[in-house]
Design a protein around this ligand. Structure first.
Ligand SMILES: [Fe+2]
Length: 311
């Protein structure tokens, strides 16, 4: 199908301990709170034109509120909504004005696992700035990874309905396929699906300026006593670096840099055997990936499945 999505905009999280979560993302993680309203906070990455890359909402139960993608024009938003309707996808809202910082024109719907997805166009760009040498804060959002109990069903859904394309797959003789990397641009992945026991957020990844800034950032977060799960290292699929940490509510967050740009005309997806250590960790600097490490990112059963967030 035609590709109507342009990029990942933001990931929205609901949490019981709002203050602690806000303190983490606006503090050691290096985002900037740009707006707040009665238990909702919008956090921007200083190098990104997006109004915000993370939205936090105070709620009794932790959940993933939504994942938001950009479209090029309001006409594309309308086209996508019509296509989804005709394909039997459950819309949460029809295209219309977006009531968050930067405004715009968008709508929401459920993916096949019940996550809320938002697509919008015409959102005003935020005044952003160049991140300086050795400045170890996120430039922008890189990608989001979602746990899914039925990897192939979910992958097919994203390909058929939203125009994602497969970049690479991780597999092992022992576990079969465990991750699909999916793209909507020449970026190796804006989204990936991870095989998990339930529908939940696997991790949210933030792009640092370069290798030096990524290492400074990794060290800064480590020194602050934040629990590191895995890294630092460089993956084979996507060729990006990784340092994974847990936020105060047990969501995994990643610092990354140098994610591969593909030539989409000639790209052919690989299936990499992740039981080979060089596949997950090319440099050999990360702690070994084990089932215990992998389970850290299964996250809790998401309470937001087929429940639209209130805002
Ligand atoms: Fe990642």
């Amino acid at each position: 199908m035609n590709r109507l999505l342009t990029h990942l905009r933001h990931v929205d999280l609901a949490v019981p301990d709002f203050e602690k979560q806000l303190d983490f993302y606006s503090g050691v993680w290096g985002l900037t709170e740009t707006a707040s309203d009665n238990g909702i906070s919008f956090l921007a990455a200083e190098g990104s034109p997006e109004q915000y890359v993370v939205r936090l909402r105070r709620a009794e139960e932790k959940r993933l509120d939504l994942v938001s993608y950009g479209a090029a024009t309001p006409a594309d938003v309308d086209t996508l909504a019509e296509q989804l309707l005709s394909q039997g996808v459950q819309l949460i809202s029809r295209p219309g004005g977006v009531d968050t910082p930067g405004g715009g024109y968008g709508f929401r719907f459920f993916d096949c696992d019940g996550r809320t997805i938002e697509v919008s166009a015409d959102v005003a760009a935020r005044r952003h700035r160049r991140i300086e040498t050795q400045e170890s804060i996120p430039v922008r959002l890189s990608h989001v990874v979602l746990n899914s109990p039925d990897l192939d069903r979910t992958r097919l859904w994203y390909e058929q309905h939203l125009g994602f394309r497969l970049s690479d797959t991780l597999s092992s003789p022992h576990m079969g396929e465990v991750m699909h990397f999916l793209r909507i641009s020449n970026q190796h992945h804006s989204m990936a699906l991870a095989k998990g026991p339930h529908t939940s957020l696997h991790h949210v990844s933030f792009e640092l300026r370069g290798l030096d800034e990524y290492m400074y950032g990794t060290g800064r977060v480590l020194r602050a006593g934040v629990r590191k799960i895995w890294g630092p290292g460089r993956h084979l699929a996507g060729n990006n670096t990784f340092s994974y940490f847990l936020d105060p509510h047990g969501n995994t967050v990643e610092y990354t840099t140098e994610l591969e740009s593909l030539d989409e005309d000639t790209w052919h997806p690989h299936v990499y055997d992740f039981s080979q250590p060089e596949v997950t960790d090319q440099w050999g600097t990360a702690n070994p990936m084990s089932e215990i490490v992998a389970k850290e990112s299964f996250n809790d059963v998401d309470r937001g499945v087929f429940v639209a967030p209130p805002v």
